[in-house]
Write a protein that binds this ligand. Sequence first.
Ligand code: SF4
Ligand code: SF4
Length: 461
Amino acid sequence: MEIINEAKISDLLNKHNKPSSEEINEVIDEAKKARGLTSEQAAILINISKQEDLEKLFATANEVKELIYGKRVVLFAPLYLSNYCTNNCLYCGFRVANKEIHRNVLTTEDIKMEVLEILRQGHKRVLLLMGEHHKKMSLEKFIEAIKTVYSVKDEKDSSIRRINVEIEPLSEEEFQLLSEVPIGTYTVFQETYHRQTYKEVHLSGKKADYDWRLQVMDRALSNGMRDVGIGALFGLYDYRFEVLGLISHSFYLEEKYGIGPHTISIPRIRHAENAPLSEAIPHSVNDTDFRKLVAVLRLSVPYTGMILSTRETIELRMELLNLGISQISAGSRTNPGGYKQAADNSPDAQFNLNDTRTSGEVIKDVIKQGFIPSFCTSCYRRGRVGKDFMDQAKPGLIKQFCQPNGLFTLKEYLIDYADEETKEIGDLLIEKNIESLPENIREKSRQVLDSIGTGQRDIYF
Ligand code: SF4
Ligand code: SF4
């Protein structure tokens, strides 16, 4: 089985370069069933150009997202442990050739302070990241850092409930080590699925090996990782190729391991200090095409979580919640030690932020848009992971957990961290959404909310 067949992807994109409205309608009717699409069907949708067809695509993506996940939007905070890196990726501020950046590895005390800041924003889920530099930050140190993150409690006695990780592709032995600590999803972005482009933008270091990176999820799923996340960095090559690359990678994992990607991330290149490709983006993706690619991925792999970072503008981030995005970062800092420093953009960051709202502001806006900001981590802790998760997510059953759990974690947030306005609109949102829960869990959910009101925490289905 091949993960990526470049010739096949290019052929499909050429064959369906100008799809007719009839062809598009046929695929959209299929997509409404929320069972996913073939690569060929995805190639038809990604080549849509007329506004009226785009509108149909967007409306269907919204329907399918709501069918699978309901109204919840999961929130998380990235936490960078180190910006040392031995690789030379032309789009990244951490690259080894950037001599002007101030390099930093967080100490145990630093990590504790960062986590405290993140907890005080109400977060319960972090994404741990670091550059690739074994001398400065080994896997053993990384595992110690995981334990440190879990150990921190804030004034509300709250702690991080689940850590997802996004670090370099590990070997089989390293995965076995990592599997000894409780983590959620292990994520690696391929950056670009186009082999020649990959070679041109990753000049040196271990990351220059395309196949080592591409095959990482095989090693991960065979060595203790239960949930994996994939992603592409949009702007390096033709976005249509990358979308079909992500879909091919998803189908490969599903066919071989019975587990598709738990999440798909879709960052676009943003300005980073001394990163030449961030100043001259070779295949810049405009906002319309970006909306389209989000919708096509949502329809092609409906069960997957789709993640959007603070690289995007506020307006677009809010809009994309209607087109397929199910997880967003909030109040992010992308330099090690950034939460304590409190500056929006730092020259020592991996990339610059476009959305500099605080977590509180993001949460308020999400509520105003009718979505449930969720800090839920229940699947990982209930053992709904790997194939068990997929069995719930594919037929759209997972939302029976997402909806009430999202409401419970929102209630906790409102009591422990929110300002008065957020409390008011948040309570109204909870009341409205409780009514729409299936009858068999509505009463029980009310009881849980009452318990949270009297001081209990961390209750979940
Ligand atoms: Fe290092 Fe990752 Fe940046 Fe590449 S993208 S230079 S591997 S931190
Ligand atoms: Fe995520 Fe599972 Fe919670 Fe839904 S119930 S928000 S899928 S952890």
